[in-house]
Structures are given as C-alpha cells and as structure tokens.
Ligand binder design. Structure first.
Ligand code: HEM
Length: 326
C-alpha cells in the first residue's frame, strides 16, 4: 500500500498557491501534478546542452592548435553575449535606478576584464608555426566579422561616436541618420585593402549578412544606449563618482584594454621584418588596430581634453589605478 503523505500546513499552502496559479490560466492542478510524476530529473549535461556544446568545434585543418583558436573565439562570443544580456536589460527599463546602473556596468566591466586577461590563451598559448599554417585555410574569415562586438558598441554609446574620427566633428555638428552614419562607421575604413583602398571580401560578406540588422539595432538603441540612459538620471545621480568611474572603465575596457591585448597578439603572430604577414581579412592592421589610431571613445564628456588627445597611450594605466583605489 502506497505511503500516506502527511499534508503539513506548508505543503497545503503551496498546493493552494499552485491551484491559484493554474486556475488563473484555466488549467487543472491535477494535470500538472501528473506531469511532475512522469517528468525525469534534470541532469547537468542536458541542462547546459553539454553534448551540443562540445560538438561545435569543427576545425578545417588537422593542425592541433586550430581547436584552441576556435574554442577561444567561442568563449569570447559567449562573454559578448553576457554583455549584451546586461545591456538589453538596462535598455528595457525605462529609467534604471542608480544602483541597477552600477551593478550592470560592473558586470560588463568584469566580463571584459576576464577577456582581456585571458587573451594570453591566444598570445602565449598557440604554436606560431601552427597558427601561420591553419590561418591560411580560414581566409577571408576574421574576428572582424564578430557582429556581437559591433552590437555592444551601439548599445554603449551614441552612434556618432563610432563614426570615423576624420568626419566625426562634422557629423556631430549636423545630426545625421543612422544610414548615413553607417556609411562612415569607423570599422569600414579599417576593412579596406591596404594597397588599393577597396573593400575587403571580409567586409563585403559581413555587410551582406549584417548591415540591415546593425542599422535596425542602431535605431533601436538611439534613445536607450548607455549614454542616453545616463542622461536620463537626475543631476545628482549623474554626478555619482562610482557611476562615472564604471562608465570610464567601460570606455577603457572596450576601447583600449581589450583592443590593445588583441593588437599585441596580432603583433606576436603577424609582425615580421621586413614585411608583416598579411592578415586573413587583408587589412592594413598595423595602422588600424592600435586604439590610439582609431580613437574610439564612448563617453567623450567624461574625459579631459588631454586624456582624449592621449587616448590609448600610457596614461590609461594611471586612470585604472585611480579607479581601483577609489
Ligand atoms: C591569434 C589571434 C588573433 C589574431 C592574430 C587576430 C588578428 C586580427 C586582425 C589582423 C584583425 C584586422 C582585420 C583583419 O585584417 O582580419 C582583427 C580584427 C578583429 N579581431 Fe582578431 N585576431 C585574433 C584573435 C581574435 C579573437 C580571439 C577575437 C574574439 C572574437 C577577435 C576579434 C576581432 C575583432 C572584433 C576585430 C575587429 C577589431 C576592430 O574593428 O577594431 N580576434 N584580428
């Protein structure tokens, strides 16, 4: 004979709550209890889709270190997704509280710091000769084609700050549409063939797949990117030092520290005298990748003229020390 369960007041309370819940949507509690009876236990491997995850590495060569290259890109894309997860939540709240703002920025900063530190997996963790062989099989694919990276930028700042710095002042002076700004977005200039100035195949393919999505995203975030949300805070909240520190840190993490680490890695693998190795994207990467040349700055109003002038140079370590000690 089945064991008789003693229905304690706590269990009764939960049953009542469940009955209310299901009744509200016209469902029967008993049906759901039956469901529970037959339902299997959750397992770790099903919950995180372990088998699928581990099946997503498909090298195109049999050179062992290509797996490291693939997995580290995948790890990076997951961190980018985590960042977008926070940015989307911030944008969804009409006016985030100061506390929420700080917590979310803190999370995104942590993700980028993890990425910057772990870039050693790329810089020190692959055999250069192996890399130079398998990279030839990847042409014209390049991390340049990471759409999540471009979406993060558009969530973080007004689009005009991502316009190529040569035309940026003119674009700031006269409000332009997202379509016009997109024509001059900084990374298009980077993706031109070093010798001719023509668009690289890497860029052409990226535009074909993502231009519409990126412009839609830019429009969507024009009034709810991080800077616009910051402007919605009260003057006292905007003056909050911790918040400003987090914003400045985000600017450094995305526009200086990660790009610098990435650039240094490119130098390790691709720089060789007398001629650099051509990048898979075919760009003049030496002139394009260093943060001090691109001068991408999400929050110009939070930096002094000197800091902007010296963007990407040695002063950033000093600012970082100040933020860490504050
Ligand atoms: C050995 C490792 C790496 C090397 C040598 C390398 C090299 C390069 C080069 C030369 C470019 C310029 C575009 C081109 O010509 O292709 C580039 C762009 C880029 N790469 Fe990498 N990369 C490496 C790892 C990564 C990783 C792990 C990621 C993570 C997703 C990544 C993301 C990017 C992004 C987002 C850009 C565009 C940067 C910008 O527009 O400022 N790269 N990479």
């Amino acid at each position: 004979m089945p064991k008789q369960v003693h229905i304690s007041p706590e269990i009764q309370e939960r049953l009542n709550q469940l009955a209310d819940k299901y009744q509200a949507s016209g469902q029967e509690l008993l049906d759901f209890l039956d469901g529970l009876l037959y339902q299997d236990y959750n397992t770790y491997w099903d919950y995180i889709h372990l088998d699928t995850l581990l099946s997503l590495q498909s090298p195109v060569t049999d050179i062992p270190d290509e797996e490291i290259f693939i997995m580290y890109h995948q790890i990076t894309e997951l961190y980018f997704k985590l960042s977008l997860h926070e940015l989307n939540q911030l944008a969804a709240s009409v006016r985030p509280s100061l506390e929420t703002f700080k917590v979310k920025l803190g999370r995104i900063n942590r993700y980028f710091e993890a990425l910057t530190h772990s870039f050693a997996v790329m810089m020190d963790g692959m055999d250069r000769h192996q890399f130079l062989k398998f990279r030839m099989s990847l042409i014209p694919a390049s991390g340049f084609q990471s759409v999540q990276y471009r979406l993060i930028e558009l969530c973080a700042t007004d689009m005009v700050n991502l316009v190529d710095q040569e035309v940026r002042p003119a674009f700031i002076a006269a409000a332009k549409s997202e379509e016009e700004m997109y024509q001059h977005i900084y990374w298009k200039k980077g993706a031109t063939i070093a010798d001719t100035g023509a668009k690289t195949l890497t860029l052409k393919q990226f535009e074909l797949k993502y231009s519409e999505k990126i412009i839609r995203h830019a429009k969507n975030f024009s009034d709810k990117n991080i800077w616009q949300l910051y402007l919605k805070l009260s003057p006292e909240e905007q003056a909050n030092q911790e918040l400003k520190d987090q914003l400045r840190l985000l600017d450094l993490n995305v526009n200086v520290f990660w790009p610098l680490q990435h650039y240094k890695t490119s130098v390790v693998y691709l720089a060789r005298r007398p001629m650099d190795v051509r990048a898979t994207g075919g760009t003049n990467w030496q002139k394009y990748l260093p943060p001090r040349f691109q001068k991408r700055i999400f929050y110009p109003a939070l930096w002094s003229d000197l800091e902007k002038e010296e963007w990407g140079k040695s002063w950033v370590n000093q600012v970082l020390d100040e933020v860490k000690n504050s």
